[in-house]
Design a protein around this ligand. Structure first.
Ligand code: ASP
Length: 266
């Protein structure tokens, strides 16, 4: 049975779900982040009777997501989560960095209420657009009693913030949860949960005004050369996340040991 008393806060950030194309048959030649939150909600007649609070937090193609928007989003989500009459939160987002925002919000806030991200693979002008159904499913999940944590819903499939990843650049069902498996499914307005809701302790970081250290992600590959990493170090990078093979990890450990052996005595 859904929570029909609490309000749902809907935050919009842009993405394809708010995108428009010149032709209804064009699913790829569109501009993202064109429609505002009100237009997204009005495209779903079934939301007419649902008590919603709406807020336009950003209006961008999510490839342009940055720490400043994350800080605003996290503080708006935290603010609304603290309101007793808010049952859950829905965030509309682009698909490109959805998994990053989902993970960041889960780690920062570990919400005790549902925070549901949704997106679309086709623009709002498409003949068979997926955004309105995804938004309706997200509101359904945000009203589910007992639901908690950050999740993402697309194509009727719910993923935990810990596992969600974009696995296809075109299909409407473009997200997966890897080995962990799907968290739940939304079937005709009902939530069928398959695993535990995402949980954990919040990191308790206050993002506002915080200077983020510069960290880059680098990957190893056959024939990888050190010059790229050296250039970043010379430019002042503060840290790396290395997407490498087990051998890369072993190399870093050997390199760190060598460095510590070379360190001059204090
Ligand atoms: N480039 C778009 C974005 O991430 C793609 C999408 O929303 O599907 O905002």
């Amino acid at each position: 049975m859904q929570d029909t008393t609490g309000r749902i806060a809907v935050f919009a950030t842009g993405g394809t779900i708010a995108g428009t194309a010149a032709s209804a048959t064009d699913n790829i030649g569109y501009s993202a982040a064109q429609l505002g939150v009100q237009a997204l909600v009005e495209a779903v007649p079934a939301l007419a009777g649902v008590p919603l609070v709406t807020e336009q937090v950003a209006q961008l193609d999510s490839k342009d997501m940055d720490f400043a928007v994350w800080a605003t989003l996290a503080s708006r989500v935290a603010h609304h989560l603290a309101q007793p009459d808010i049952a859950g939160i829905v965030i509309t987002h682009g698909t490109d960095t959805l998994e990053e925002t989902a993970y960041a919000l889960q780690r920062l806030l570990a919400p005790a209420k549902p925070v549901v991200m949704c997106a679309a693979m086709r623009p709002a002008t498409a003949l068979l657009r997926d955004g309105p159904q995804n938004l309706l499913d997200a509101v359904t999940l945000a009203r589910e009693p007992g639901a908690r944590g950050v999740m993402a819903v697309l194509a009727g499939t719910v993923h935990s913030a810990f596992d969600v990843r974009k696995v296809h650049s075109y299909r409407v069902d473009a997200f997966g949860s890897g080995d962990a498996g799907v968290l739940a499914r939304i079937e005709e307005g009902r939530v069928r949960r398959l695993r535990e809701w995402p949980a954990g302790e919040p990191l308790g970081l206050d993002l506002a005004g915080r200077g983020w250290p510069w960290v880059e992600i680098v990957s190893s590959h056959a024939g990888a050369r050190p010059e790229g990493v050296q250039a970043l170090v010379a430019a002042g990078v503060k840290g790396f996340v290395v997407a490498g093979t087990p051998a890369t990890a072993a190399c870093i450990t050997r390199w760190k040991r060598r460095c510590s052996r070379r360190r001059p005595p204090a």
